[in-house]
Each structure stands twice: as C-alpha cells, then as structure tokens.
Design a protein around this ligand. Structure first.
Ligand code: NAP
Length: 294
C-alpha cells in the first residue's frame, strides 16, 4: 500500500517537529515545510522530504500540497522573534495556508490554535488564532482543530531556565491559579491520531491538556527538577495581563481540578492517546548543566 503523504508546516519548530516525528514513526510520508531547507537537515535524516515554502506569501504551497492527504497548519505571531509578536502576520499565515488547502482540495486540514483561543478570553495573544479558527469554519474545510494548552517544554527551555536558576517562576496570575499543560510530544501524537482517523475527526475540536497544576505547585515541582528552591511570584505588568487575559477567581478549586482530570481521561479514550503528566515530563527531561539551550 502506498504511504500516505502529509504536509507539515512549522516542521523545524516544536509542534510541527513533533507532528512530523509522530507521523514518520507511524510509517507515513512527511513533507516538512520550511522557509529554509538548511534548517531541516535533522528531519531529512529521519526520512522526511523537505520542501521550501512560506505561509505568509504562499510561495511553494501549491506544489507542496499536490497529492498530500493532509496538511498540518501551524501559524505563529513570533516569526520575527518572541519580543516582537506580529498578530497580523499570524492571521496572514492562516489565511494563506487555509485558502491554499481549499484551492488544492486537500482532504484533511489540522489547524493548531491554542486553548484560550475561544475569542472571549480577553487575551490579545489569542485574537489572531480566533480569526484563523473562524476562517477554517467559513471555508468549510474538512478539518480538525487542535487547541494545545501551555507547553510543559516552555519551563525547561532556555528562557524558562534562566528565571528558574534565579529561583523564581513568574506569571501574571495569582499563585493558586491552575495552569493547564501539555507536552509538545503529545501534540504530535494527537495530530497523527486525528489524521489517521480521517473523516471521523472532521469538525472535532481537540483541547489538548495532559495535566494541570497550580502555579505555586509548579514552582515546587520545577524547584525539585532543577535542584534548588523556586518560589512563585505573580508578575505585575499591565502589558502581560493584556496579552494573557485575566484569570478569573475559581470558587471551587477541587471541582475545577476534577473537571480537568475528567477531560484528560475522555481525551485519552476518544483519541487513543496517553497524555504525559508534568511529573513524568520533568522526570524524563534532563536538566541542562549550563545556560545553553535545553
Ligand atoms: N508555547 C506555548 O505554551 C504555546 C501554547 C499553545 C499554542 N502556542 C502557539 O504555538 C505557536 C508556535 O509553535 P511552536 O512553538 O511549535 O513554533 P516554534 O518552535 O517557534 O517554530 C516556529 C515554526 O514556524 C515556522 N514559520 C514561521 N513563519 C513561517 C512562515 N512565514 N512560513 C512558514 N513557516 C513559518 C518556522 O519555520 P521555518 O523558520 O523553518 O520556516 C518554525 O518551524 C504559536 O502560534 C504559539 O502562540 C504556544
């Protein structure tokens, strides 16, 4: 049987990289999209076909989509760096990619958005994702929506480590706020499962959470991981609050925890996934010995 071909954007990054690896591991053929093929040599080594293309301009997309059974669409406001988010660019990437899929008649599109991108979170960070989600519906594409929670990997990455090494975990919310978390590797598995389920996954929104912890507890866990005490400090910065939105006070924290646990169980059951817990993620992530990238 011919191998099924999937086009994966963002393949040189965290999510797309995880999707490409999961698809390859399951025996599928992957076209890894990048603006610069030189960045994708490790994917080529893993067996992916590296194709050059740009989601902003649409360059290379018609050729890359030819014969592809699925398209994993990853958009980002950080294409000019984390210090300069460009939400118009993210909308443009979404428009260009989704319209190209429509024109090509791609049989299955998976759009990666974010947990809070419901359009009513009040967080400016998610407006461009909400716009792309709306377009997905307007174009009536055969599609699945992934909404990953905050990446566990953020906290063990180079920028997360810098703060942990100074003994502080900081976020613009009170310490008892429960944060939903997902391991990036699980995003790859979820996308691969949705592609394999094909039409059975059309119209589905997959909220991807593998665990939840309060910010205070996360500081404690990250402290044991890094081998020093880490305290949580709420970040007081109006700009961060505008970006992330306001976290409403929860009247029954235990009921909130149980509700999240129930949704993780049903996520695992529906998609045949095994979601990684934060403790397992930390236990399997080596602590870098220097300030170099995690
Ligand atoms: N961090 C979190 O906790 C979290 C949680 C939920 C959602 N998100 C969302 O996840 C997204 C970022 O995903 P990530 O962390 O996996 O990305 P990443 O590691 O930062 O990598 C970005 C990827 O986007 C590609 N890219 C950028 N501009 C492009 C363009 N114009 N055309 C084609 N490809 C382009 C890059 O490819 P080349 O440079 O090779 O072209 C690269 O592969 C953001 O939208 C973020 O809001 C993040």
């Amino acid at each position: 049987m011919a191998r099924r071909v999937f086009l994966v954007s963002g393949a040189t990054g965290k999510q797309g990289g995880a999707v490409a690896r999961s698809l390859l591991k399951r025996g599928h053929a992957v076209r890894a999209l990048t603006r610069d093929a030189a960045k994708a040599s490790n994917l080529r080594t893993l067996g992916a076909d590296v194709v050059e293309g740009d989601l902003r301009t649409g360059k290379g997309l018609p050729e890359a989509l030819k014969g592809a059974e699925g398209f994993f669409v990853l958009t980002t406001p950080y294409d000019k760096g984390y210090d300069a988010p460009d939400f118009e660019s993210e909308k443009r990437q979404g428009r260009t990619a989704l319209r190209a899929a429509k024109t090509a008649g791609t049989p299955h599109v998976i759009l990666s958005s974010a947990t809070a991108a419901t359009g009513d979170s009040g967080a400016s960070l998610f407006e461009s994702k909400a716009a792309n989600e709306r377009l997905l519906v307007e174009l009536a594409l055969p599609a699945t929506l992934l909404r990953p929670a905050t990446f566990m990997d953020n906290f063990t990455s180079a920028w997360g480590l810098e703060s942990l090494r100074a003994g502080v975990l900081s976020f613009p919310a009170p310490p008892e706020t429960r944060m939903e978390l997902v391991a990036v590797g699980d995003i790859g598995e979820a996308a691969a499962a949705a592609f394999e389920q094909g039409p059975r996954s059309f119209g589905a929104t997959i909220d991807l959470t593998g665990d939840s912890q309060t910010l205070q507890e996360m500081a404690r866990m990250l402290g044991s991981w890094i081998g020093r005490s880490v305290r949580f400090e709420p970040e007081v910065d109006p700009e961060s609050t505008e970006r992330f939105g306001v976290f409403p006070a929860v009247s029954d924290p235990e009921a909130e925890r149980r509700e999240i646990e129930r949704s993780i169980e049903s996520l695992e059951k529906r998609w045949g996934l095994h979601m990684t817990r934060f403790s397992t993620f930390l236990a399997s992530t080596p602590v870098p010995r220097t300030g170099a990238d995690a």
